[in-house]
Design a protein around this ligand. Sequence first.
Ligand code: ADE
Ligand code: ZN
Length: 338
Amino acid sequence: MTNLHRAQLIDRLPKAELHLHIEGSLEPELLFALAERNGVKIPFGSVEAVRAAYDFSNLQDFLDIYYQGMSVLLTEQDFFDLTWAYLERARADNVRHVEIFFDPQGHTERGVAFETALNGIEGALKAGEAELGISYRLIMCFLRHLSEEDAFATLEQALPHLERIHGVGLDSSELGHPPAKFARVFARARELGLHVTAHAGEEGPPDYVHEALDLLEVERIDHGNRALEDAALVQRIAEEGLTLTVCPLSNLKLCVIKDIAESPVKRMLDLGLKATVNSDDPAYFGGYIGANFHAVAEALDLSEAEVVRLAENSFTGSFLPMADQIAHLAEIAEVAGG
Ligand code: ADE
Ligand code: ZN
């Protein structure tokens, strides 16, 4: 196997992206264009100045800028344009299915209606399905630095739209905001038939991953890096066949790891865990899903079989029906065998 062959394989493999915050795909160029279109003042003079500000020491550093960036998103068209730009970029990386997060509270707290964000994002997702052949699921996240009451109010706003929202997630500042804080909200979401996932073990301790499993009953773990510190937890995740949505370039930019070679992706695969590779907030972290695959494949010298496994995991870890998963796996087998 040559590295060139592996790189070509990565480009050609069908992929699903399971961990993507749509607001984190706001490229500086679009940020500027929307600021101008909407007459919103932003504290940057140029696209270069924006990119230069993307130098983070931890998750909170990033979140402060991420929430600031959202201020340019005001109309349905803004959310449509944001989502469409992501989908076109994803298609270039051979992404066939996306399960994207959005942060309704990041918008409603600025006076933008829940429906404005939902309509714009969903409009682009539907267009992407028709025109780019990318299927989708939409997951609304609760901001964990806000209260349980606020999360319940957000779930309430989603009630008239439950056929359009497929799951709930939990994101934002992890440390000090354990999953336990949202146990009742997640129980209600599950009762409503929504899928459930949560960020856990990005900066937070293995206990937060235990809580996400025990108290939120999550179907996937977003990030999950620090689960590896707890052997019993690793065994449990392996036995339950849970998918971990790992984000290598995000981990690097947020100093969860010091070097891309420290990415847990290969260790997870070696331990029998269902790791996947995702981009998290690609506009802020310097690469979409393809770049994340290439970065870990090179740094960890992944075999072609491991690269194929990551692509397979992205579909088997998705919320797609089994028949669709099988169809994607067959396509992967065709690409991998050719
Ligand atoms: N919101 C957007 N990206 C996030 C991340 N990586 N962790 C927690 N919250 C987020
Ligand atoms: Zn994330």
